[in-house]
Design a protein around this ligand. Structure first.
Ligand SMILES: [Zn+2]
Ligand SMILES: [Zn+2]
Length: 347
């Protein structure tokens, strides 16, 4: 007997429909979670506006990947979880056995794409076996589904901060103050930065950045961000710069405003095919460290959940709206226009 549920189905660019579909069936080692709350993410907005390299090939597709809820069914062989447990899970998991997994880089696991979880904008979601094994966690009763659903994006930020090598007293610049940038600001402060400078075009985001802990906010349409950062750092440049936009121009600015021997973390993914330039003389004689940082490792998921439980990040600054699932189109549209931070979606 197949059960029916309501879900947002992705049919292609700009075409998401709220309709009835079948509740996913689960196999051995898997979980079926009844969604408590899902969150919109910049990736969902990109999927909606520009398309998604994988989903676009299998439309109509379930989508949405940040979620928390209650276990509705457990597959054969699952021992760590029971029906009725409140949990959060992520959208992927490593295999633990491939080249990259063996070298402590499970974020680059060769099987990540095979087990991607999509379908949080629905009443129920199937969680594949590797995600149950690596990246599913019970949450305390005191933690709301909404706040718990921040675990996955926050885990990516924990990874970025870990790679940024921030030291006590540092000046850190965060370019781009969307939800990810705001979490970078919060954790940069927590990690010992004395001065955090945030750059964003949108006034709403600059205002929130101040509340998130930024000491200085700047509007790149009104002043040259590289010049301003130099001014604020006695001409040196910042110790650490984190780029959370994903454009060639901001990648190049991030490097230009990093001091010699400083670290630039390129966190925002740009459209495929994008190239950028670095001055080789500065790169070499300035001993720059420029890092691409992608996704998360299971340990970052555990760290992120602890930070959320301990209220070390403020979810109210990251999630600005709450809407029912049937309004998913409107939620993505509003987020893409910079009118919202994340939107909590209730099935
Ligand atoms: Zn996301
Ligand atoms: Zn692997």
């Amino acid at each position: 007997m197949t059960r029916k549920m309501k879900a947002a189905m992705y049919y292609g660019i700009g075409d998401v429909r709220y309709e009835e579909t079948e509740v996913p069936e689960i196999g051995p080692g898997e979980l079926l979670i009844k969604i408590g709350t899902a969150l919109t993410c910049g990736t969902d907005v990109k999927t909606y506006k520009r398309g998604h390299p994988i989903l676009i090939k299998h439309t109509p597709a379930l989508f949405g990947h940040e979620y928390a809820g209650t276990i509705d069914a457990v597959g054969a062989g699952v021992t760590d979880f029971d029906v009725g447990m409140r949990v959060v899970a992520t959208n992927s998991a490593p295999c633990g056995e491939c080249f990259f997994c063996k070298r402590d880089m499970p974020n680059l696991c060769s099987t990540l794409k095979d087990n991607l979880v999509n379908g949080a904008f629905a009443e129920y979601i199937r969680v594949p076996e590797p995600v149950v094994r690596w990246n599913t966690h019970q949450i305390p009763d005191s933690l709301s589904f909404r706040d718990a659903a921040l675990t996955e994006p926050l885990a990516c930020v924990v990874h970025g901060i870990e790679e940024s090598n921030i030291r006590l007293g540092d000046t850190v610049v965060v370019i781009g103050a969307g939800p990810i940038g705001q979490m970078q600001i919060m954790l940069a402060k927590k990690n010992g930065a004395s001065t955090v400078i945030a750059a964003d075009l949108a006034e709403l985001r600059r205002t929130i950045a101040k509340k998130a802990g930024a000491d200085i906010v700047l509007d790149p349409s009104k002043e040259d961000p590289v010049e301003r950062v130099k001014e604020e750092t006695s001409g040196m440049g910042a110790d650490v710069v984190i780029e959370a936009v994903g454009l060639r121009q901001t990648w190049e600015q991030a490097i230009d405003m990093t001091r010699d021997a400083g670290t630039t973390v390129l966190f925002g993914g740009a459209a495929s095919g994008t190239k950028f330039e670095i001055d080789t003389e500065r790169f070499h004689y300035g001993q720059l460290t420029v890092k691409g940082v992608f996704h998360l490792k299971p340990k970052h998921v555990e760290q992120a959940l602890k930070l959320i439980i301990a209220k070390d990040v403020d979810p109210d600054l990251l999630i600005s709206h709450e809407m029912p699932l049937e309004k998913i189109n409107q939620a993505l549209e509003m987020m893409s226009q910079g009118q919202t931070m994340k939107v909590a979606i209730l099935p």
